[in-house]
Design a protein around this ligand. Structure first.
Ligand code: SF4
Length: 369
């Protein structure tokens, strides 16, 4: 994929700018807390730049807010607060009508290639949907629109003669190609890929990832790529942002993040990525975190990771860490942690110095290698 630009970035290079975005979802109060106004803090004060032609990976456990953030960027969700600019224009509060021209440039590929396609409609008309919605290709005859759809089918590796088939007649990988064709037909500038390969077999995953890379080169596309699988994110991304409980806790060019991660949570996630070389796998430390992610309805004070963090100290409860460069890292590598992990540091040997009541477990041996 296209190499990331380190250092200063001009406004022209930035396609999307996310500034202090917050997305809260109100929830019905439980019977025990009747009358209480509770909200799920799905995304809390997130800022991110997405540059033209690059792929930004978003990773984190289920419920960390990565898909919600993606839906905020595409404006499928209204923001609770914050700003999103696309090519310098503030799109955060645009009405549906005023958002329409931007929708042409911002498309999405969904996780479930089975659920995201209407089984009763023919593939040709599914792929042509964005053209009809945006009134494009109308000046041309029906025949021309069909040609455009078939051309796009060919681009994504589908047989154009299968234009009249139904989704059920395609395999999982082919259905995801239909999803890619639908996103591509308007020739957008940004495609948000929300776990596009998670539901596919490993061999098919590689085909879809390679297809996305080829299309990026050909059309100069910009991707936001969300996935659970960190090895795939590493392969496709120029930069990676790690999310935890609604916040970005570390962001860096892919190579730096995977070789010099600073945040204990990012370090633990990366320690679980399979290594192809058995000798490296043998000597590698596996960090197993204690407990589950706390409730996003009532996130922990200070650093949200402190109840599970092996390095947690009182300062982590009292003061929220800012996302800044640590040690002598470049400004493109930012970490939100008061006590970042140094290169070569043995995280498995670390023990928290906060009270057991602040932890999700009292078992000092629960963090293991
Ligand atoms: Fe752990 Fe403290 Fe860093 Fe949070 S700020 S990750 S609790 S060391």
């Amino acid at each position: 994929m296209i190499a990331s630009t380190a250092g200063a970035v001009s406004d022209n290079d930035v396609l999307v700018r996310v500034e202090h975005v917050v997305k809260h979802f109100p929830v019905q109060s439980t019977s025990l807390r009747k009358g209480a106004h509770e909200v799920v803090h799905a995304v809390d004060d997130v800022s991110l730049e997405i540059r033209r032609g690059e792929t930004v990976g978003l990773v984190g456990e289920t419920g960390c807010g990565k898909s919600t953030l993606a839906r905020c960027i595409t404006r499928l969700y209204n923001l609770t607060s914050g700003t999103i600019t696309f090519e310098g224009e503030d799109i955060s509060a645009l009405s549906r009508r005023r958002m329409r021209p931007f929708r042409r440039d911002i498309q999405m590929i969904f996780q479930d290639p089975y659920g995201s396609l209407n089984p009763r409609r023919r593939v040709g008309s599914i792929i042509a949907d964005p053209l009809s919605i945006h009134g494009m290709g109308e000046g041309k005859g029906r025949k021309d629109r069909k040609l455009l759809v078939q051309e796009t089918m060919e681009l994504v590796g589908l047989n154009p003669e299968h234009y009249n088939r139904f989704p059920a007649e395609f395999s999982g990988g082919q259905r995801q190609r239909i999803g890619v064709a639908r996103a591509l037909i308007l020739r957008p500038k940004l495609i948000v890929c929300d776990e596009p390969v998670s539901a596919l077999d490993v061999s098919i995953q590689a085909q879809i990832v390679n297809l996305l890379a080829d299309l990026q080169k050909e059309f100069g596309l910009t991707y936001v790529f969300i996935a659970h699988d960190l090895s795939i994110v590493r392969h496709v991304s120029d930069r990676v942002a790690v999310m935890y409980l609604g916040k970005i806790i570390e962001e860096a060019p892919s190579r730096l993040l995977y070789n010099h991660s600073r945040h204990p949570y990012a370090r633990a996630l990366l320690s679980a990525v399979p290594v192809p070389d058995p000798r490296s796998a043998q000597v590698r430390q596996r960090i197993i975190l204690v407990g589950d992610v706390p409730s996003p309805i009532d996130p922990p004070a200070g650093c949200r990771f402190h109840p599970r963090c092996p390095k947690a100290a009182q300062r982590c409860i009292d003061e929220e860490p800012q996302l800044v460069a640590r040690f002598d890292d470049p400004i493109t590598h930012e970490t939100a942690c008061h006590f970042p992990v140094a290169d070569g540091e043995d995280l498995a040997a670390a023990r928290p110095s906060i009270a057991a009541t602040e932890r999700v477990t009292t078992d000092p041996g629960a963090l293991s290698t």
